[in-house]
Design a protein around this ligand. Structure first.
Ligand code: HEM
Length: 494
């Protein structure tokens, strides 16, 4: 039996993991020694169980924790590490105002940290902030207006044209793919985008690299088990694809208008380059792609909001260009006449739709580590070195703040008297770095979809069905049931 075959056997893999975890729990001394006063209530389960629960049924786990401990701030331990789960208004405010909480250190708890350059776990703080700076540079207005905006519109129309004017798509595949390519376009290079085969290969490899939902992949990413080895091989293949492009670009001396050129012009080393082109592509496409799936799906259920978008864009085209939106001219040609300012500042309906989607469908839980010293949140001790989790569903799905929270109601009030009531793009010290580009991409797809299709939600037999809710137990918010989008031509042509 080869090592890889042996590791494929769950029993062997799990046994090895348990041995390693035992060793680790011995090595890591508990951070709570001598601290008992005002500690959050302990869930008190065996060491590996909470992690399995946290990963595979997070929402239920958090609800159960609340019920078992009867406290809004409670803790569980994982290999001698203390993890504190926060819920409630006071806890959220304390979490976002605390100065000693660190997002990068907190990624120990993230359920999707890839073991790759740029994955938050293995870059230095200095490199991490350079990668963030490059992501922000890409979103400078000049680059967005002249380079990215027209490319995103043309790419989206081209990819959606491939769906045909009528038919059926699985949004988790087809819609996700469009967003993936938009992120690839934004954060990588022209050479990749000009070669459809490479794009498809990358899509497959990123899929293999992303979102481990097994304990081995999430909490033992250093362990040479079958899944980790497979992910590592995919990572290496992606790395090799980019390395080849970089080498050829440098040798040719040809300049291109893309993210890679920005990196080369800055003299960035491999850590930064791969951090952006691998780590950021993966994080970015997952965030925008997952929200994008729900955006298109919820719009499918609401002809009212699709119509509002159509009216908004028709009026905007007229006021900005003096022309009427024509059903005969391809959309890409007409939509590229709108400026960045038009899209960003003159589309209030799209703003409402995006904000509602980020509230309703985002499965995120913010994770941090307290770098020290000890401090208190809502009267509970937050020990130095402990990990903290704040699940967004705590506020976004709170029916006292948002009545019928799982109903799609763009335009619903975001109460100003509730602290941090909408966390769609994060808050405090670590708001989303990709917000500007992600918001624009969501607006573009929502617009094209509303203009070009007359859609409905159907099941596998193509019979009408109600849109299932996102499954918030899944770290990626996948649908609770399989569904499809069936469509006929809308008013405008792609
Ligand atoms: C709809 C799409 C997106 C949503 C809803 C979203 C949401 C968020 C949220 C909520 C946070 C804060 C996380 C926390 O507090 O733990 C965050 C952080 C971040 N986002 Fe996004 N994001 C999206 C797209 C993107 C894209 C496309 C990129 C990359 C180009 C990106 C890059 C980042 C980075 C680098 C951070 C961490 C910032 C830091 O460490 O200070 N995001 N995002």
């Amino acid at each position: 039996m080869s090592i890889l075959t042996a590791l494929q056997d769950p029993a062997i893999s799990i046994s090895l993991i348990l041995v390693f975890s035992g060793l680790l729990s011995y090595r890591w001394s508990g951070s709570l020694r001598g601290k008992t006063k005002n500690l959050p209530a302990d869930l008190g389960w065996a060491s590996l169980t909470p992690i399995l629960e946290y990963v595979n049924r997070r929402e239920d786990f958090i609800r159960d924790g609340l019920q078992r401990t009867k406290e809004s701030i409670w803790r569980f331990s994982f290999m001698s590490k203390t993890v504190i789960v926060l819920t409630g208004h006071a806890a959220r405010e304390g979490f976002y105002k605390a100065r000693s909480l660190d997002v990068k250190e907190g990624t120990f708890l993230l359920a999707f940290v890839p073991p790759i350059p740029g994955g938050a776990v293995d870059v230095s703080p200095a490199d991490h902030s350079t990668i963030l700076r490059r992501a922000l540079a890409i979103q400078q207005p000049d680059n967005m207006q002249k380079v990215l905006l027209p490319q995103w519109i043309e790419d989206s129309c081209r990819l959606m044209r491939e769906w045909g004017t009528s038919g059926r798509i699985d949004p988790c595949d087809e819609v996700y793919e469009v967003f993936f390519y938009l992120i690839l376009r934004t954060l990588t290079c022209v050479e990749v985008m000009e070669d459809r085969e490479t794009c498809e290969k990358l899509k497959k490899l990123y899929d293999e690299m992303a979102f481990p939902t097994n304990v081995e992949g999430i909490y033992f990413s250093w362990f040479p088990g079958y899944n980790n080895v497979k992910r590592l091989l995919s990572t290496k293949r992606v790395y090799d694809i980019y390395s080849k492009v970089i080498k050829e670009r440098k040798a040719s001396g040809v300049r291109k208008d893309d993210a890679l050129q920005l990196l080369l012009d800055n003299g960035d080393d491999r850590t930064i380059t791969m951090g952006l082109m691998m780590g950021m592509v993966m994080a970015g496409s997952n965030s925008v792609g997952r929200i994008g799936i729900w955006l298109v799906s919820f719009l499918t259920t609401s002809s009212e909001w699709r119509q509002k978008i159509v009216t908004e864009i028709k009026d905007l085209i007229e006021s900005s260009t003096g022309d009427s939106l024509s059903p005969k001219i391809p959309l890409a040609k007409q939509l590229t006449k709108l400026s960045l300012d038009d899209w960003e500042n003159k589309t209030p309906v799209l703003d409402l739709v995006v904000a509602e989607m980020l509230r309703l469908a985002q499965p995120h839980a913010a994770v941090r580590r307290n770098l020290g010293p000890d401090f208190y949140i809502d009267g509970k001790l937050i020990p130095e070195k402990s990990y903290l989790v704040y699940p967004f569903s705590d506020i976004h799905h709170n029916s006292e703040v948002y009545p019928d929270p799982l109903e799609f109601r763009p335009g619903r009030e975001i109460p100003s008297n509730v602290p941090y009531a909408h966390l769609g793009w994060g808050a405090g010290k670590n708001p989303c770095t990709g917000r500007r580009l992600a918001k624009m991409q969501l607006k573009i797809i929502a617009t094209i979809f509303s203009l070009a299709y007359d859609p409905s939600i159907v099941n596998a037999e193509s019979s009408p069905m109600k849109l299932p809710n996102p499954d918030f137990n899944s770290v990626i918010g996948k649908p609770k049931e399989e569904f499809f989008i069936k469509y006929q031509p809308g008013e405008f042509t792609l």
